[in-house]
Design a protein around this ligand. Sequence first.
Ligand SMILES: Nc1ncnc2c1ncn2[C@@H]1O[C@H](COP(=O)(O)OP(=O)(O)OP(=O)(O)O)[C@@H](O)[C@H]1O
Ligand SMILES: [Mg+2]
Length: 244
Amino acid sequence: MPEPLLAMEDVTAGYLGDIDVLRNVSLSVHAGRISGLIGLNGAGKSTLMKTLCGFLPPKSGRVTMAGRDISGKASHTMIDDGLWYIPQESSLFPYLTVAENLRLALEGRRRQFGDVIEARYADTLERFPVLKEKLAAQAGDLSGGQQKSLEFAKAYMVRPKVCLIDEPSIGLAPRVATEIFEWIGRFAESGMGILLVDHNVRRVVSMSNHIYVMSLGEITAEGSPEDFAGDLHAQVREWLGINF
Ligand SMILES: Nc1ncnc2c1ncn2[C@@H]1O[C@H](COP(=O)(O)OP(=O)(O)OP(=O)(O)O)[C@@H](O)[C@H]1O
Ligand SMILES: [Mg+2]
């Protein structure tokens, strides 16, 4: 296995004083591959993503991107390291238009992206036709499915090396959820490394190259989808109390 693009090494982190939400967590994401993370509500999955992209500094351990230590680096610099985050909650500016939301991340870095903004913008609108008809609408006025498409279109504009995707299908109609999962597959095929969290465990297991199971802030099991067909599958069902 080549060196991971993004790695969390033995990280302990938490929000308050001595309450550790993540405990000695190690996990990695490789180019063109999907790492899946499953666990019950409150296990610490979103906290793990926030720690990876700098919203929460690790108390110990480290986060590396292409071997370079980025632990605790301010989250607004993640784009410079090739890291992008599609959070469980919205990252859109509801009072800005669809067009403004789409262009914002790259407009703020004209020196880095100035030459590619227009071409990427045109390409993105071709690939997300639902947004093309809504460019002047405020993002907050879009339907839930359209807002999620806008989140993915933003990531498509940025083309990060690694994308962290937290609960993308929550609240979406099945047809829209299927489209969103297709986008995740396309992102990985294009070479992006993906860390995917979703409550649709069956989907995460079938899409991922490597799966991590998190329970009470610790990684309690990991393996390939094939591993989950045998004993581990039964174990995970038991741990998670989910039928899949
Ligand atoms: N901002 C915060 N301040 C303090 N504690 C928090 C904060 N956010 C989350 N927590 C706590 O951290 C723990 C892990 O929460 P987290 O949101 O990471 O879980 P999760 O696995 O993403 O759950 P879900 O499946 O519900 O999204 C929970 O006990 C939660 O109450
Ligand atoms: Mg969460």
